[in-house]
Design a protein around this ligand. Sequence first.
Ligand code: NAD
Ligand code: MG
Length: 394
Amino acid sequence: MQSITVLGSTGSIGLSTLDVIRRHPDRYRAFALCAHSQVDKLYEQCLEFQPSFAVLRDAKLAAQLAERFVAVGLKTEVRHGIEALVELSSLSEVDAVMAAIVGAAGLEPTLAAAKAGKKIMLANKEVLVMAGELFMRAVREHGATLLPVDSEHNAIFQSLPGDFSRGLNQCGVQKILLTASGGPFRNTPLVDLAGVTPEQACAHPNWVMGRKISVDSATMMNKGLEVIEAHWLFNAPPEMIQVVVHPQSVIHSAVQYVDGSVLAQMGNPDMRTPIAFSMAWPERIASGVEPLDLFKIAHLDFVAPDFERFRCLQLAYDVLREGGTAPAILNAANEVAVAAFLDGHLPFLGIAKLDEAVLQALPAGPEGSLADVLAADSEARRIAGKMVQERCFA
Ligand code: NAD
Ligand code: MG
């Protein structure tokens, strides 16, 4: 029986994770369910899964939740704040942590899980973007097991030999082919992109996801963050990672070898596949995902990405090459820009402009310690917030 802490249980990945847990009560138990502020949803989840702990971000909401538990006689203990997330990701009773908080907020608890040598199922790609070097070092030094949940990285993991950590060149790998759907605006005329609404940006053609990652998919920043994520997970230099636009999202990514072989992982676009894979690895369990029907799909398309249209993708390659805190700065600027877009304070095309302006305004330093990363993150947020307030790209 594995006890799992789910960071971000009320989100899209969190719900899919609980669905897989629900299918295998003999193998998995939800130890702690953690959310930001969706009290009602977390309450329902706790009634069903009866975790030992529930966590909300603020004390007032946590107190409300605790009262409701008392009223129904539920023993789940309620905590709040980042300290609770850190503790419940590293306690000895915890076997595995599903890192499914969105954005920089997930960094500290996920890093704590690495330092406690846990099995980490990583969806929260921003952790690797912000602090890839620190995080991977913590994983190595503390013997943590890191399993990628992001569908592309999970596909790459499945397509690599088990001992890939000895080096991709040694394994005969020539290239990582990171597939991308191209999002909802792949073919939208450029002039029309200026007036795109949050609802249009969040209507992803193939995947149902949280709002932040949906906007990132529309700008292709998501693919840029994934290039950085792949770099850290597989120790792959940027020139070895090729983005391939594949609108059907059936091939979730592939690995090209020196002998001409290309190994890919395919499946329906449903996150329960990589989630179940990461939970059961090295075994396989049922996930509830419909089997892939190749006859129904009939054909698959591939095109090169357009770096002009998707400026964010270029920015991500640039910060990866620059290194240090540059990726953390881009990530922070982008979180502010996406939130401003979703709130109606920034046009869609302003996202890439703001990201680029913050990168220009704030020089990167070395990624020395967590404090360096957090300082770069908060300074980038401050600058980005000011630009939004001054309506620089409105
Ligand atoms: P979401 O917005 O649906 O859910 C985010 C979850 O994090 C929620 O439970 C929310 O309560 C919690 N959360 C947010 N801020 C928090 C805070 N400060 N403290 C505690 N909890 C907090 O997002 P999602 O789509 O599930 O994505 C989660 C992560 O997984 C992201 O990093 C995303 O890039 C990655 N990911 C998602 C998908 C997908 O299909 N949804 C695919 C690949 C990777
Ligand atoms: Mg992905």
